[in-house]
Design a protein around this ligand. Sequence first.
Ligand code: C5P
Length: 309
Amino acid sequence: MTVRVPAKVNLQLGVGPIRDDGYHDLVNVFHAVSLFDEVTVATAAAPEVRVQAAPYSRVAVADVPADQSNLAARAARLVAERLGVDAHAAIRIRKAIPVAGGMAGGSADAAAALVACARLWDDRDEPVLGRADLVELGAELGSDVPFAVLGGTAVGVGRGERLTPALTRGTFHWVFATADGGLSTPAVYAECDRLRAEQGTDAEGTPAARVSEPLMTALATGDAKGLGAALANDLEPAALALRPSLGRVLDAGRDLGAVGALVSGSGPTCAFLAEDEEDAADIAEGLDGAGVAAQVLRAYGPVPGAMLV
Ligand code: C5P
């Protein structure tokens, strides 16, 4: 059973006050883009995880755990437990999504494993675990997992896991600049709290985040320029503080004509929105030439979530 699952970029990541459980209240506009991992599962006598770079991709997979701590392995165990089956999964992951890059690659693999294992083990005529159940199960694994099941473009609130699909028109063209070495998501949130404290706002006193109306309008009308101007990531100052070199990457993309530029999620991948496909090709070529990125990738969005191939 093989499932293809997309990466995400956050069009808006509004970080609100910290909650009692240590998570931040978010407004998170997720957008699935055409960089895909492939996850294959088979029933096995003992659990197993193998991770490799997808053909033609230069993703560094050394930092992905190839043991039972892998989020995809946890997803498989969760499905077995929920279905009450006594089965183990051999999981093979082919990665094209940058690792620890702020594009939810690990969450994507977990979402793919949920969908694949449900199909593998839920063999009744009426499946016990429908897509909505898998979205819900995903929230137990991580804040970004439910969106990777769903795909498209969606607004997430709470930890980011309570999702509403957003209205979009047409296709948006993206260029991504990856960096060597990931950034840890918890470390970036902690830096965000520290910067806010320095500016005199404590983590609990931060105002609630709100969905950007100009952003939703640009999505609904397929307006790339409007979307570019409305892109916003509250984690960006923290990612830039931890990795100052990202400032040069963002500037390079803007100078090359990107209509929008931001750090993707908790970084360090930088995302550039192009006005059209041709501009995306030019921006990608320019960024490659500038030598500011480990790798330059092109993608379009929105695309569907985790799907059987
Ligand atoms: O839920 P997930 O494991 O994907 O989140 C990773 C880390 O990101 C959390 O442990 C937390 O430090 C931070 N986070 C947060 N607030 C959120 C989502 C994630 O502080 N809403």
